[in-house]
Design a protein around this ligand. Structure first.
Ligand SMILES: Cc1ncc(COP(=O)(O)O)c(C=O)c1O
Length: 391
């Protein structure tokens, strides 16, 4: 079984159809390039759905770290100290706000840990969580409860006590808080919701409100970190610190890894036996994540993310495609608001060997690796702009 057609047929036969899969089998990747089973080459501007967000596919240093670890130890369990976890946790807290880290596999699981931590920290009877319309926090029952209703259909009832307000509306948050509220959770940039960046005054006001009303502020940075907005962590764009931060996608350097980071005040809320994840932070994934964190420094990728944003924003702003209404985002998290559905643009780009994403019907998402080369970026922009202009 090796042709694309055979692989797609086998996928349809053996795999649950919960994803709206494209009829393409990706079999190889390198940097910002992907190849399908028929040998067609693509520029990946939505790299691994975020997983390759730091350094694209198969960076030699990440690959070497994984190979070395695979030849040394792949799993001993979380009753033992794991040097790779220590290395990565230290890199995270040093560049964030101190505190301690819990590792798991997926963004949704990281948010589950954050919810449990918030409920425990808040104390008996305080269980309500405020989240925002248009958000996305994952598909497990707790995370799903926070996420918009359209994802919940058929899976009700949700967790009790989830309250949703408009993103950016501080008064609405203030009005939603009551004696039973434990926390508010938000993405510092809404990804799935269309790459919306909140104002600094909203983020700082929210921080103050959480302090005043004694509730936890949880930043879901599964999409926005590490480094992807041009800052190590996106909350730093707003000069605030959350109480809890969740990480996923790119934190594993391409391997499945996620984390819940608790600020010093909350770092010991989850004591022994209160939470767990058997393979969470296993040596392979944390070795890859630690290697990716080192690359951010070694290759100056925070600055690179900012440069990429400037190049893309300038090219798209000046391209003369009337379909483009607004460019949003920060670093390598870029949203292109169109004045009509983007499916046609997506399909044509894909046919021409450019992989992007379309969300909320009319927003194109560009989320390249932070280390994308100028040559790859320019080629991607040439294709995208010619497709946009032809609409
Ligand atoms: C902001 C955010 N949080 C959480 C998740 C869930 O992550 P996962 O699919 O790894 O569970 C996602 C997934 O896209 C996300 O965008």
């Amino acid at each position: 079984m090796s042709t694309q057609k055979e692989l797609v047929e086998a996928t349809n036969k053996y795999l649950i159809s919960n994803y709206g899969r494209l009829p393409i089998a990706m079999v190889r990747g390198r940097g910002s390039r992907l190849w399908d089973a028929d040998g067609k080459e693509y520029i990946d501007m939505f790299v691994g759905f975020g997983f390759g967000g730091v350094c694209g596919h198969c960076h030699p240093k990440v690959t070497q770290a994984v190979v070395d670890q695979a030849q040394t130890l792949t799993a001993a369990g979380n009753y033992f100290t794991n040097p790779r976890q220590v290395e990565l946790a230290q890199a995270i807290v040093t560049n964030a706000f101190g505190g301690k880290v819990f590792f798991c596999h997926s963004g949704a699981e990281a948010n589950e840990a954050a919810l449990k931590l918030a409920r425990k920290a808040a104390g008996q009877g305080r269980y309500k969580i405020i989240s925002f319309h248009n958000c996305f926090h994952g598909r497990t029952m707790g995370a799903l409860s926070l996420t918009p209703e359209k994802f919940q259909k058929g899976f009700e009832p949700m967790l009790p006590g989830n309250v949703k307000v408009n993103y950016g509306d501080l008064d609405a948050v203030a009005n939603a808080i009551d004696a039973e509220t434990a926390a508010v959770i938000l993405e510092p940039i809404q990804g799935e919701g269309g790459m919306h960046v909140p104002s600094k005054s909203f983020m700082q006001g929210l921080r103050q409100l959480c302090d005043k009303r004694n509730i936890l502020m949880i930043c879901d940075e599964v999409w926005t970190s590490p480094g992807r907005t041009g800052k190590w962590f996106a909350h730093q764009l707003f000069d605030i610190q959350p109480d809890v931060m969740t990480l996923g996608k790119a934190i594993g350097g391409g391997l499945p890894l996620a984390a819940c980071v608790a600020a010093p005040k909350w770092q010991d809320v989850l004591g022994p036996g209160s939470h767990g994840c058997t393979g969470g932070g296993n040596p392979l994934c944390t070795a890859a994540g630690a290697a990716a964190m080192r690359l951010i420094e070694e290759e100056n990728l925070l600055e690179r993310a900012t440069q990429v944003n400037k190049r893309v924003t300038s090219a798209l702003t000046n391209c003369g495609a009337s379909i483009v209404k607004e460019i949003r985002g920060s670093g390598v998290m870029i949203g292109v608001q169109l004045d009509k559905p983007g499916k046609g643009v997506f399909d044509t780009c894909l046919a021409r060997g450019l992989y992007i994403n379309c969300t909320q019907d009319t927003v194109l998402r560009l989320a390249p690796a932070m280390n994308i080369t100028d040559a790859d970026l320019d080629e991607a922009l040439d294709i995208l702009i010619s497709v946009l202009k032809a609409q």
